[in-house]
Design a binder for this molecule. Structure first.
Ligand SMILES: [Ca+2]
Length: 171
């Protein structure tokens, strides 16, 4: 009896092994789907990696590590977010009231098209800009990335090493 059970189990395992795993090679399956998938694991990861929450946005303020703009962008992606994309005057006021006064990379840059400020977070124009007086001045003709410099924005060389702020947004 035991041998027979073992044999049946082996057969089951072989059958399972032989079945092709499900794969999606028809992209219309995605296009036709109206489902909203809410991944609880992703939410938990977001709350862990981005400890500050304001409304539907979560923030990670990097005050120790100083890196260039590209590295900052990569680091934010690794955390599951992107460099901060200020969307309003109110959001900027709140952030300024809680972060230590320092220099932080934002998602803004004009790397793709000279002097056209795009957010790497969305691929769209920066929704809100609060420049320091006299900025953006493109000093030396090489200032293509936007930093939050203590109280307002400054265009600076993407290669300089400063802190950065990442965000993740719950839709
Ligand atoms: Ca500047």
């Amino acid at each position: 009896m035991a041998n027979r059970l073992t044999f049946l189990l082996m057969l089951l395992q072989l059958w399972h092994f032989a079945m092709p795993s499900q794969s999606v090679n028809d992209l219309s399956q995605f296009a036709d789907s109206n489902r909203t998938v809410f991944n609880l694991d992703a939410l938990t990861e977001t709350q862990t990696n981005f400890p500050i929450q304001i409304g539907k946005k979560f923030y990670h303020v990097e005050t120790k590590l100083e890196v260039n703009w590209h590295q900052a962008a990569h680091n934010c992606r690794q955390l599951g977010g992107h460099l901060i994309n200020f969307e309003s005057s109110q959001e900027m006021d709140v952030i300024l009231s809680i972060v230590p006064s320092a220099r932080y990379w934002t998602s803004g840059n004009c790397l793709a098209k000279d002097r056209v400020w795009i957010s790497i977070a969305t691929g769209e124009a920066m929704p809100y800009l609060r420049w320091h007086a006299g900025e953006p001045n493109n000093a030396g003709g090489a200032e293509l990335c936007i930093e939050l410099k203590r109280t307002a924005f400054n265009d600076d060389r993407c290669a300089i090493a400063i802190n950065y702020i990442c965000e993740a947004k719950i839709l």
